[in-house]
Design a protein. Structure first.
Length: 365
């Protein structure tokens, strides 16, 4: 196994948050110093480094939607936080590469395909454009094109001019060149896709998510309960009452992968569904089976609306019991994002007849 280090996964020290956090430019400089300090300690052992995990969540979900730390609801703060997170990424990549040219360096984004419910409806297409711009292109474009998406900047200037002006003032000469410092790897966290409409749809949109085939795999850490009691990622189930650890089916599968140094193909990864699909060669041909979704991306502001328009939310009837699955209600012009049908949820389980075991050292080796 090769260690792959992520420098930041939404865990800003409280002392830094108390000095204004990511909306303040100094936090980007502090992050760069931190990255170099971690390299001092681990640079001889870790060859692959990710600067940030899902800056969209740190910036927009934390500072605009108020659902993650620090729980604020300010479009201005969210835009400034996003810019300074990207600036911190670019500075860290530049400094780490200058120190050690042998490192593999990158960033991880949560990305989602966004499609209009009715491709023939101009309003639905515009809703999809705006959500794609806020969720995907707001981070991809500065990283790989050296500029924020022009259409979303225009939306901002119309919808929240004060926030747009604050962002313009925060972008210093050379910032976007730093943000676009080349990377060796782009991590993609794919959870779901979304069909969006300018108005509530009469019927649910068709299901479908990203193809399951991948070039590489990684697993959540042990035990992976970063999200508290509600979400159970990771290879080991933790009973929060007794603190008993139980290896999940995924842990046994991962142990087998380590032993055999190979990943078995599964029916889910090889199954194909017949759909027409658009490719460079035209329309037609099979498309890989798509996984069921978790939850749709959340729009953070609406064209022609202030931040209050995005603060209203609702829960899908299918999301009861999942505190992380709130989806937005009416936003700009009554806009809705529709949840795609949820698939089978992960579970902490063991093979039938297997005795639960406490996790010994090196139990996965």
């Amino acid at each position: 196994m090769t260690p792959w280090l992520t420098l930041y996964h939404w865990d800003l020290p409280q002392a830094v948050q108390d000095t204004r956090g990511w909306p303040h430019r100094d936090t980007a400089h502090r992050f760069t110093e931190y990255a170099l300090a971690v390299h001092d300690a681990l640079g001889d052992r870790v060859p692959i480094w990710t600067t940030l995990n899902e800056p969209q969540c740190s910036a927009f979900v934390g500072h605009i939607a108020g659902q993650h730390a620090p729980g604020h609801t300010s479009v201005t703060e969210g835009l400034l936080a996003a810019h300074h997170l990207l600036l911190a990424h670019g500075q860290a990549i530049r400094e780490l590469r200058a120190r050690d040219g042998g490192l593999t360096l990158g960033i991880t984004l949560n990305l989602a395909p966004v499609d209009p419910v009715d491709p023939g409806d101009d309003r639905d297409r515009d809703a999809a454009r705006r959500l794609d711009g806020q969720f995907n292109r707001w981070f991809l474009d500065p990283l790989f094109r050296g500029a924020y998406p022009a259409d979303i900047l225009r939306d901002l200037a119309s919808a929240v001019p004060d926030a747009a002006n604050a962002l313009t003032a925060a972008i210093h000469a050379g910032d976007l060149r730093t943000v676009a410092t080349p990377v060796d790897a782009l991590g993609v966290n794919y959870y779901q896709g979304a069909h969006v409409s300018a108005a509530p749809a009469a019927t649910p949109p068709p299901s479908g998510d990203a193809p399951t085939a991948r070039g590489g795999r990684s697993c959540w850490p042990l035990p992976g309960d970063l999200y508290g009691h509600d979400r159970r990622f990771g290879l080991v189930h933790v009973d929060h009452t007794t603190q008993r650890r139980t290896l999940k089916d995924s842990a046994h599968a991962y142990r087998q992968i380590i032993r055999t140094r190979s990943v078995p193909r599964t029916p889910r990864e090889t199954r194909m569904t017949r759909h027409p699909t658009v490719s460079a060669a035209g329309v037609g041909g099979p498309r890989p089976h798509r996984r069921p979704s978790r939850r749709p991306p959340v729009p953070v502001w609406g064209a022609g609306e202030g931040p209050a328009a995005q603060e209203a939310s609702r829960r899908s009837p299918s999301s009861e019991g999942d505190p992380g699955s709130a989806v937005p209600g009416p936003g700009a012009a009554g806009e809705h994002v529709r949840r795609r049908p949820a698939g089978e949820r992960g579970r902490a389980s063991r093979t039938d007849g297997e005795t639960p075991a406490r996790l010994p050292r090196s139990s996965l080796a």
